[in-house]
Design a protein around this ligand. Structure first.
Ligand code: ACO
Length: 438
């Protein structure tokens, strides 16, 4: 029978021998996925630290929110497959599930939805923030700065030990980030801000804030609203990725949730994380026409060139990305709805995909289109500029960040995150005063 530790069942032990020393380390089991060697006593028992730059082999926390099996193409949120959530639930239901652990009943759903509607307005003073930015500011810069600034409007959020305050901050963030995101776009294109519309669903209101203008009636296209809702669901959480780990690390210091989410936005901004769908469009522009595809594919296959087929392959999903299948279906719906089948860029994308998925180079390496291949194309079809792609990702991921932040704060014995290092600098040496240094 397995022993039990506060962190879960101890299923086995691992022993580590270093010279004469031997450390016996517990092996912990979760409910799914690989067991982990618990090295928390490693230093006390051996005087050694572990070394894992990039944390690729390290479980940094216990979590009950999201499970990924990259080999099998599985993504579960609170146990529910992403395919079922994306086709059967709304983004609001998915958000509730991620934050609270269970799908909402009808009453809970309506109350949550109403709360988010009430919280979607921004304090009017926040409008003034926008005027401080240049018109050509990147919307991620505006989003990052303005979300951090929310801390100044809700000082009670600093008390993270208060459950009600954590819950209010959660709802404020999920509701207000879309408004800030849409206004960041409106500001950069010089159009007036559009306020949230409580008669619409979350995604409908978001589309209206992005695209409505005061001089014309704006009717939300239901196919586009559904596509937006799916994009948000598919990006809502993805376990301990770089931005989520950033939110947890910042949060471990006791920083308020607005500051933590702003840090997550900063991490997401990097092209290695949130920028791949933007890169897909850059690649298509570079290829230009269908005739150039074979030469481009040859370039990609030549490792010396350093060129990659953007939107293909994934660090974790090695057979297929379960989100990509749903995204592809949504992409086809959007292209058909907008009559873009013959548009040269979408035609080029379809041909590139057809050639790549049949090419032995990609087949042998199990490289398939990932979620970003289609999400960039959908957003482009919807008329969303590429500079906004990562912003939309942040709107969705705010739900994951805040869910993970809450889980961390509520964990008994939670400690500040403080990695160690392998020092490779100078050994101790004596200081020489400036005059003596020549
Ligand atoms: N184009 C061409 N070749 C590729 C690609 C690609 N997109 N991806 C991987 N390969 C090749 C590698 O060169 C390697 O070839 P080799 O066996 O001859 O050396 C082989 O496939 C295995 O690839 P890895 O390097 O092990 O893949 P890794 O896990 O390191 O990289 C990554 C994953 C970074 C996502 C990569 O596939 C890539 O750069 N893709 C394009 C960028 C992209 O779309 N990123 C978004 C990912 S989805 C997301 O972040 C939400």
């Amino acid at each position: 029978m397995a022993d039990h530790d506060i962190n879960g069942p101890v299923s086995d032990t691992a022993s580590l021998s270093i010279g004469e020393q031997r450390a016996v380390l517990p092996v912990l089991s979760g409910t799914l996925g690989p067991d982990v060697v618990d090295i928390r006593k490693l230093t006390a028992e051996t005087g050694l630290f572990s070394y894992d730059p990039g944390y690729g082999e390290t479980a940094s926390c216990r979590s009950a929110i999201t499970f990924i099996d990259g080999d099998k193409g599985v993504l579960l949120h609170r146990g529910y497959p992403i395919e079922q959530l994306a086709t059967g639930a709304s983004f609001i239901e998915t958000a509730y599930l991620l934050v609270y652990g269970e799908l909402p009943g009808r009453e809970e759903y309506l109350r949550f939805q109403q709360d988010l509607k009430e919280q979607a307005l921004l304090h009017e003073q926040i409008r003034n923030f926008f005027n401080g930015f240049r018109r050509d500011a990147h919307p991620m810069a505006i989003l990052c700065g303005t979300v951090a600034a929310l801390s100044a409007f809700y000082p009670e959020a600093v008390d993270i030990s208060n459950e009600a305050s954590r819950d209010l901050s959660t709802r404020r963030l999920i509701a207000k980030v879309p408004t800030i995101a849409a206004w960041a776009y409106k500001y950069t294109v010089g159009e007036p801000f559009v306020y949230p519309d409580n008669s619409l669903s979350f995604s409908e209101s978001f589309l209206k804030m992005l695209f409505a203008r005061p001089n014309a009636e704006y009717k939300v296209n239901p196919v586009l609203a559904r596509a937006m809702d799916r994009i948000l669901i598919l990006h809502a959480d993805h376990e301990q990725n770089a931005s989520t780990s950033t939110v947890r690390l910042v949060g471990s210091t006791g920083a308020n949730p607005f500051a933590c989410v702003a840090a997550g936005i900063a991490a997401l901004w990097g092209p290695a994380h949130g920028g791949a769908n933007e890169a897909v469009l850059g690649m298509l522009a570079q290829i230009g026409t269908k005739e150039n595809i074979p030469a481009f594919i040859e370039q990609v296959k030549n490792r010396e060139s350093g060129v990659r087929l953007m939107g293909f392959g994934h660090r974790v999903y090695k057979n297929f990305d379960p989100r990509a299948k749903i995204m592809e279906q949504t992409y086809l719906e959007v292209v058909a709805e907008l009559g873009l089948e013959q548009d040269p860029m979408f035609d080029l994308a379809a041909e590139l995909e057809r050639i790549a998925v049949n090419d032995p180079y990609f087949v042998q390496r199990r490289l398939y289109p990932n979620v970003d291949f289609y999400s960039g194309l959908i957003l482009k079809a919807m008329g969303i500029p590429t500079s906004m792609f990562t912003v939309l990702f942040a709107v969705a991921r705010t739900v994951g960040w805040i869910s993970q932040w809450r889980e961390m704060i509520e964990e008994p014995g939670q400690r500040i995150g403080r990695p160690r290092q392998l020092y490779v600098g100078q050994t101790e040496r004596a200081f020489t005063p400036l005059d003596a240094r020549g």
